[in-house]
Design a protein around this ligand. Structure first.
Ligand SMILES: [Zn+2]
Length: 435
């Protein structure tokens, strides 16, 4: 007798609770969707890719034929813990340090030392991490390793991975002013700016003896482990107040682990030799691989891919097919931590891989230049820097000539006005037509 009303009440209560739960879930999903539009929708193709080369002259960083270039200066053995390794770290970080001194917002620079247990005993190593806005809740992280193999003695590793390191410095420096402009724009608009650019230079990628799971990728293992254990806590206030700490990509209910702030890890390795073939290695980032391929194609179409004196060089397609096999590299500890990875490494490896032939002679400047243009465009589109790029691009040669002509004209007019306004003859000879 008593059971019947209770039985009727219970389903009603369950239904009500279910409805409430559904409503809450829908609300949470709505809030999440509002907070974070899908990345594919945020990816903003740039209208004028011809301005990409004008952002910065690539030669002082990338031309290995010039002994003063950054790439030339890091083409030395860089075994972890040596004075040479330290000098290379200094050279890689110097442009980032100079950025804030020249009036920019600068970069948050971290040297992260650690001790690795290797077959050669305990070794001191140092990862280098630079971040445009460390208060930003998410990062696009670009990475390469800066150490070189201990054997054979004198091994340089031009493609492995000096050239990728120099390409990443170029990417950051070419976009530096646009990134600053974007930070200021986002602050003014009160929205955007929740993804920042981060560059990581790993130490200790190479094995001391034979490559194994334990004897390799010391730097990335240490960094991924630290960033898995630590919560994301911005080291200081946002650069100009735009970004605020929101949620990790996995949960709105717990503090973000540091590693969860990496939206994508793009790892460059074994680049700098002619005509690389880079397949897509991971299904979840196949669409980003397409974006990189599209960047190369559009740069070639705009005659903005090869260096100016190689403009007649024929087009190439570096990004074909997929190869979902396993290459062991610095991405693995991050992949294990749930970070989506775009691995830009050629298959097959360069012919000179792990031989003494992997020195400056293995490099092709046109190829390094092309890589720099691809990375500049890819990152600019990923971060939506379109509105900020045009304002920061260097004028093209024709624009520069036109600007110089106008400046000369203005100076001339100024001189004429000055000549008319004062009675005293200016010092020094002056052509009659200017008086
Ligand atoms: Zn190697």
């Amino acid at each position: 007798m008593c059971a019947a009303p209770a039985a009727r009440r219970t389903p009603a209560l369950v239904r009500a609770l279910l409805l409430l739960a559904l409503a809450l879930a829908a609300l949470a999903a709505g809030v999440a969707a509002q907070r974070r539009p899908p990345l594919r929708a945020r990816f903003a193709p740039l209208g004028d890719v011809a301005l990409i080369p004008r952002l910065l002259d690539a030669a002082p960083l990338l031309d290995h034929r010039d002994s003063a270039s950054l790439l030339s200066r890091i083409l030395v053995p860089r075994v972890p813990g040596t004075a040479a390794s330290q000098r290379v770290a200094d050279a890689l970080l110097a442009p980032f340090e100079a950025s804030s001194k020249s009036g920019g917002l600068g970069w948050h620079i971290e040297r992260l030392p650690f001790v690795a247990q290797t077959p050669h005993g305990k070794q001191s190593m140092t990862n280098l991490v630079v971040t445009k806005n460390p208060a930003s809740p998410r990062r696009l992280t670009l990475a390469a390793h800066y150490d070189s193999k201990i054997m054979p003695k004198g091994f340089i590793g031009a493609t492995d991975s000096a050239a990728p390191c120099a390409i990443l410095v170029d990417t950051a420096m070419a976009l530096d002013r646009a990134l600053d402009a974007a930070e200021r724009r986002w602050a003014k608009e009160g929205s955007g700016g929740d993804v920042t650019l981060q560059i990581v230079f790993f130490d200790g990628e190479e094995a001391y003896e034979q490559w194994t799971h334990t004897d390799s990728i010391y730097g990335s293992k240490d960094l991924a482990q630290n960033w898995t254990r630590s919560a994301h806590s911005p080291p200081h206030a946002p650069l100009v107040g735009a970004a605020t700490l929101s949620t990790s990509r996995f949960s709105m209910l717990r503090p973000a682990r540091h590693i969860d702030t990496i939206e994508h890890l793009v790892l460059l390795d074994l680049l700098g030799a002619k005509s690389p073939q880079i397949p897509s290695y991971f299904h979840p980032t196949a669409w980003l691989h397409d974006k990189v391929r599209s960047a190369q194609r559009r740069l070639l179409d705009a005659k903005a891919f090869w260096p100016p004196n190689e403009s007649s060089r024929s087009g190439e397609d570096w990004f074909n097919g997929h190869s979902w096999g396993g290459i062991e590299d610095d991405h693995l500890p991050f992949l294990a931590g749930g970070v989506p990875v775009l691995h830009l490494i050629p298959s097959p490896f360069p012919r000179v891989w792990h031989t003494m032939g992997d020195d400056a002679s293995a490099l092709d400047y046109g190829t390094d230049y092309g890589w720099a243009m691809i990375m500049r465009l890819f990152v600019a589109e990923y971060l939506g820097l379109g509105p900020d790029l045009a304002a920061t691009a260097q004028p093209s040669v024709r624009d520069a000539a036109e600007q110089a002509r106008r400046a000369q004209e203005a100076q001339r007019e100024e001189q004429i006005r000055a000549g008319a306004a004062i009675d005293v003859e200016p010092q020094g000879p002056r052509p009659r037509d200017e008086l």
